[in-house]
Design a protein around this ligand. Structure first.
Ligand code: ADP
Ligand code: ASP
Ligand code: MG
Length: 419
């Protein structure tokens, strides 16, 4: 039997009517002759609520219990989706991660897949069930504890199942009708892309475009999964949405193909750090051990030439996700107390955002950085930190200018037109 994976995100299963709407899409594929693995997210807002409860209960929470709580939203939707399908005379059964079992590493809240054995689901399909509804975002660790895959992780569950079951396609149904040149919610001129290369999608996702979780794109690229993003609110067919595919399959060739942003950033500066070999290791070692995902890093000549230590000094600035600031602060203060790093002050700026331009064409074209910086300057946006790689340029700016910057860059690279 040919098999499809269909994933429905939070807004697509936000209430019973929407679950029914999604179930109708599933039924249509069953009628076309497919077995279907449906991956569901929690109802929209649910995971945020659960995360809030955990943080209120225990600010520096035990990650195992965080996962036990936040994974539960998906369980509800999986059961409701199976019931809805049964009401439509579609034989369906729900599966929580441990029942499959979806085996992952034990990195709680950032677990990675180890194995998805096919036997249990295959046996159910062989019994005549047409649909397996799997709770997204979750798995089970080698220790037998529930894990989660990081926010937005149901996308990754979907792609992993598509790879494990050799699905014909992995369709990600969401609240937009495809991948756009930038978030259509903040730039009205955003243009829907018919196709996007895996590598570009990977960069856009990792730089904040939450339409797909980064890891899902990585897996799709590695296992050559035919991945599509499309609307759960519109009538759709095989040609709808955006296909994420190989670079060679794309005709369009813009230097920059998209703009991404992330508002959940914080900038931390260690003021007047001793400038000696090993100091960066002494700072970033404890941060890594504390599980802080450091992103951009700059080392500057310190504005202060005094401090608690004589000799040359530097300022070390880095960015990290805003919800890791407390962890980062503790790691640095502990290291200072233990004497392994010396600094005068820790300055935290939580009012920043990261804006990035992405494009495979940047490999062979110069001048993207200057166009970007000019566009930002023309709108009076000050750049705090810059980071570049082969196919992207990112800047950290004041959060209040984020939307303005995204729109300015979308205009500067003429993304509203295809050529
Ligand atoms: P789901 O709940 O279905 O997983 P998400 O909220 O995680 O949906 O992702 C969809 C959202 O991603 C859209 O509503 C849109 O605001 C946002 N988004 C950000 N960047 C883009 C982009 N380049 N193209 C399309 N959507 C984007
Ligand atoms: N419900 C989880 C989240 O909100 C996973 C997902 O929706 O993909 O992050
Ligand atoms: Mg999502």
């Amino acid at each position: 039997m040919p098999l499809l994976v269909m994933k429905f995100g939070g807004t697509s299963v936000a209430d019973l009517a929407r679950i029914r709407n999604a179930a109708e899409k599933v039924k249509r594929e069953v009628e076309r002759g497919y077995d279907v693995i449906v991956i569901v997210s929690a109802m929209s807002g649910k995971t945020n609520e659960l995360v809030g409860w955990v943080e209120q209960t225990s600010p520096l929470f035990d990650a195992r219990e965080y996962d036990a709580v936040v994974s539960s939203g998906e369980n509800v939707t999986a059961g409701l989706m199976a019931l809805t399908l049964q009401e439509m005379d579609v034989p369906a059964r729900s599966w929580q991660g441990w029942q499959v079992p979806i085996r992952t590493t034990s990195q709680h809240s950032a677990a990675r897949f180890l194995e998805i054995p096919r036997e249990n689901l295959d046996a159910k399909f062989a019994e005549g069930f047409k649909v397996a509804v799997v709770a997204g975002f979750q798995g089970v660790s080698p220790e037998g504890r529930i894990t989660t895959l990081g926010r937005g992780g149901s996308d990754t569950t979907a792609v992993a199942f598509a790879a494990a079951f050799a699905a014909e396609r992995c369709d990600i149904y969401t609240d937009v009708d495809g991948v756009y040149t930038t978030d259509p919610r903040i730039a009205s001129k955003a243009r829907k892309l018919e196709k996007i290369a895996y590598e570009e999608m990977l960069e856009l996702a990792s730089l904040g475009a939450k339409v797909l979780q980064t890891r899902s794109v990585e897996l799709a690229m590695r296992y050559k999964v035919k991945l599509r993003v499309l609307s759960s609110f519109e009538d759709t067919d095989e040609t709808s949405g955006t296909l994420v595919c190989d670079e060679e399959d794309i005709m369009e060739s813009k230097v920059v193909s998209g703009v991404a942003y992330s508002r959940d950033e914080a900038k931390m500066t260690l003021v007047t750090v001793e400038d000696r070999p090993g100091v960066a290791a002494a700072i970033f070692g404890p941060l890594a051990e504390a599980g802080v995902n450091v992103d951009m890093i700059v080392q500057n000549i310190s504005e202060k030439d005094y401090g608690s230590h004589p000799g040359s000094v530097t300022d070390m600035t880095f960015s990290c996700p805003i919800n890791q600031v407390a962890r980062a602060r503790k790691a640095l203060e502990d290291a200072k107390a233990a004497g392994s790093i010396v600094y005068d002050e820790l300055v935290v700026d939580t009012e920043v955002a990261k804006v990035s331009v992405v494009g495979i064409g940047m490999r062979s074209h110069a001048g993207v950085a200057s166009t970007m910086f000019q566009a930002l300057a023309a709108d009076g946006v000050n750049i705090k930190v810059i980071a570049t790689s082969e196919i992207k340029i990112s800047v950290l700016i004041d959060r209040k200018y984020m939307e303005l910057a995204v729109q300015a860059l979308h205009d500067a690279f003429a993304l509203e037109t295809a050529n």
